[in-house]
Design a protein around this ligand. Structure first.
Ligand code: BGC
Length: 414
């Protein structure tokens, strides 16, 4: 199907010929087991169409290191065919005129009708498609080892207090309650959920999307920091600096009860051949069910030389095909970025993810992740990471000081 559509596009832009460069150079940070397995789905689809793959992997969850490499490549006038990218990072490249244009194929395949409008803010510039959404991840999930849950006699936590009680049960049973990777982006990603749970999704929007100062320094935000501090009581002594996928592995092996993480964690369970519902449980972060705090992986499509454009179009086309969106996201742990992909191939968590996106999108509780650059530009998101991590590691000592620092850091970054 993808190749037929690509051929149709070549009809408009000129037939692919021998001078076309068949190489697709892709920058990304998908280096864990689950991530690499998902990326393989794309590599294989494109290999079938005769394209070769030049991998530019830059390890580091959350993509901070990858974004530094990308910046250097673009500044040197040597952009990749495409790069994995999040939210406002793409808008910066678009504003700087660094992105290409795949609108011809977008129009032909009616992407505007099937991709949520909220995402199109990041994939288009003045109506022109310059990035393609690969998936919809969301950060407000918890991942639980089912055998450990049964051993401690735990039940689904419905509120933040329930969650703390559940973690307490694990601690009493001698199990590490909370598997955390103590890196700024992971702590901030967890704090997104804590804020939405503490204040509700409207509060989250007011604080992080509107940057309303009264919300940022409110008693509710202080309470969110106090709640974050409660979670610190349940991590193991070696949490600082740990990679996210190693924290997931602790839950997979039953060394820890739960990880709070985006649904890329499910990709790791899948890679370890663990099954949703029998080996592990997924719940929305307690107190956030009904809301989806999203981060979508996009491929930013750079302005490349004429001989590389056919390969770029093929990549965009393959990425947006219904069959790919299903196959890739089953492995990645995320849900499709197109709303017309059947949920048949997905496990119970994936089916819930798909249904949640649809209902949250309809009722206005589909909101961008602050930690993952979908609520604010990188400078503001970076300021947020900084304050959250300083608080979590004790450099900022009280929730009072934390909200003061948050307002200050955000104002300086704006
Ligand atoms: C990306 C995911 C990725 C995760 C960990 C997030 O920012 O959106 O695709 O799996 O980082 O590397």
């Amino acid at each position: 199907m993808a190749s037929a559509a690509t051929a149709a596009v070549f009809g408009f832009v000129g037939v692919a010929h021998a001078a076309d460069n068949k190489e697709i150079q892709m920058l990304h940070w998908w280096t864990s087991g689950g991530e690499a397995a998902a990326l393989n789905v794309l590599k294989q689809d494109l290999a079938k169409e005769g394209y070769t793959w030049k991998d530019v992997p830059v390890a580091g969850g959350g993509g901070e290191a990858a974004m530094t490499t990308l910046k250097a490549m673009v500044a040197a006038g040597n952009p990749p065919t495409a790069s994995q990218i999040l939210g406002y990072f793409a808008l910066d490249y678009a504003e700087a005129g660094k992105l290409g244009d795949v609108s011809s194929i977008a129009a032909k395949e009616h992407w505007a009708d099937v991709v949520p409008k909220a995402l199109q803010k990041f994939t288009t510039t003045n109506g022109k498609w310059d990035a393609v959404p690969v998936n919809i991840h969301s950060v407000n999930w918890v991942w639980i080892n089912k055998a450990v849950m049964e051993k401690i006699g735990g039940t689904e936590p419905k509120s933040f207090d329930d969650f703390v009680a559940l973690l307490g049960k694990a601690k009493a049973a001698g199990v590490i309650p909370l598997a955390l990777g103590g890196q700024p982006w992971q702590e901030a990603t967890m704090f997104d959920s804590v804020v939405a749970s503490t204040g509700g999704i409207e509060f989250y929007k007011k604080a992080f999307v509107d940057l309303d100062e009264s919300a940022l320094k409110s008693a509710t935000m202080k309470q969110a920091f106090d709640n974050l501090a409660k979670l610190k009581e349940f991590v193991d002594p070696n949490f600082a600096g740990r990679d996210w996928n190693l924290a997931t592995a602790m839950v997979i092996k039953g060394d820890a009860l739960v990880q709070v993480m985006g649904d890329w964690a499910k990709g790791e369970f899948g890679a370890a051949k663990k099954v949703a519902g029998s080996d592990f449980l997924c719940y929305r972060f307690p107190g956030t069910d009904g809301s989806v705090i999203y981060n979508t992986d996009m491929f930013a499509l750079f302005n490349v030389s004429a001989d590389r454009k056919a390969a770029q179009l093929a990549l965009a086309d393959a990425t947006m095909s219904i069959s790919f969106q299903s196959a890739f996201n089953v492995v990645k742990g995320s849900v499709p970025a197109r709303m017309d992909v059947p949920d048949t191939a997905f496990d119970a968590c994936g089916k819930k993810g798909i249904a949640d996106v649809k209902s949250a999108n309809a009722k206005g509780s589909f909101v961008g992740s602050m930690a993952q650059n979908y609520a604010q530009p990188p400078a503001v998101a970076g300021a947020y990471h900084d304050v959250v991590t300083k608080f979590f590691h004790g450099e900022i000592k009280t929730s009072d000081a934390a909200v003061t620092e948050l307002v200050k850091a955000i104002n300086n970054a704006k």
